[in-house]
Structure formats: C-alpha cells, structure tokens
Ligand binder design. Sequence first.
Ligand code: SF4
Ligand code: SF4
Length: 212
Amino acid sequence: MSQPIAGAPNGESPSLERPQAPSPEQAIRPDGRWLAQVQAASGVSAGACYGCKKCSNGCPLSFAMDLHPYQVVRYLQLGQMDKLEGSSTVWICASCQTCLTRCPNQVDLPRLMDWIKEELVRRGQAAPEEKVRLFHQLFLKGVAKRGRVFEGELMAGYMLKTGGAFGPEAIKNARMGLTMLKKGRLKLIPARTKDRRWLKALFSEPKGGSHA
Ligand code: SF4
Ligand code: SF4
C-alpha cells in the first residue's frame, strides 16, 4: 500500500485548517460524457484510475509541480479541464514513464500529459512554463517533418526564440555545440524516416478531434 503524500506538490506546507464544505452551487458535477471523449481521443483509460497515488509518490518531478499527477487524472474524470489550464504540471512532466510503471491500472499518464498539452495548445491557452511549451512545439514540428529530431535545427530554433543565440549566451552555446559535434552527439545532416505514409498518419487529426 502506498504511503500518503506529505505536503503540497510544490513544497508548500499543507494547511491544517478544515476546508469549508462547498455550497450546492459550488458542488462539482462530474461530466462522464466528457471523460469518454477524452479517453477516445487520447487512447488512455483515465477512468480506470482509483486514486491510489502510487504515480505521484514515485514521480521524480512532483516537487516542482503545482498539481500531483493523480490530481490531473481526477480533474479529467470530473470533466474539469479548466483546472488544468493554468497548471504547470503537464509542462513539467518529463515523460519518464515512472508513473506508468507503478500504476496498478496501467493508466498511461505520460501519454495523457502529452494529450493535455496538445489540447491546451489547440485551445490557445498560455502555458505557465512558456519555454517548455516552445521546446515541445519545436520538437514536434521537427518530428512531423522528418520522423526524427534533428538536434541542430531544434536547438537553433529554440535559441533564436529565447535569446540564446545572441550575446554571451551565444558564445557559450556555440562552444557546447562544437563539443557535441566533436563527440558525435550532434549530426550535421538530419536523418529522416523512410515511411512517409506512417508519419503523415501519425500526425493527422486524432479521432474525436478537439474537445472545446
Ligand atoms: S493513475 Fe494509477 S497510480 Fe495514479 S492514482 Fe490512478 S490508479 Fe493510482
Ligand atoms: S512521466 Fe511525468 S508524471 Fe509520470 S513520473 Fe515521469 S515526470 Fe512524473
């Protein structure tokens, strides 16, 4: 049995005050239809989660998140996507798969986090971790183009948009790029997948589309 999580995920001390009971107007009305749509579009059985918190207890980045991973699933179960709109959690998730490995119900949280990111981008929501959102978009753009990431293009695009290509940062980054080239960690010619049809299908609009 997993231990209860101590404190808030972002390291703040939990309040010891008993929370006020919500009024009937404030009470949450779960929207089960919405969960079915999320499951169909993401391919993740979020409804199988029973809140054991094993995912969150094992997550190496939950200390930096404002919502625990299990809370993300809970909000989806309740149809409260709006609670995720300003949250840092999906942008901080590193897709390390620890939560999926620990989950007794095989709820694919990393995949769900990715789906939520895309959904928030589709809705035009600003991300609290703006640089992470930019990196995510450039990464996916590169994969959609070639089926593989071309690190040189990715980093050049990222640095141009975040200021790393100018001033003292540029010199530091150029040195790092040269070191990586020498060690064979950076390629000059991008690789691409041969199966273009598969790649096109992968990036076509998912079944169910967007859920506004
Ligand atoms: S996602 Fe899995 S590990 Fe996390 S609370 Fe739900 S059932 Fe437990
Ligand atoms: S995949 Fe994301 S949510 Fe899951 S353990 Fe890793 S960082 Fe945490």
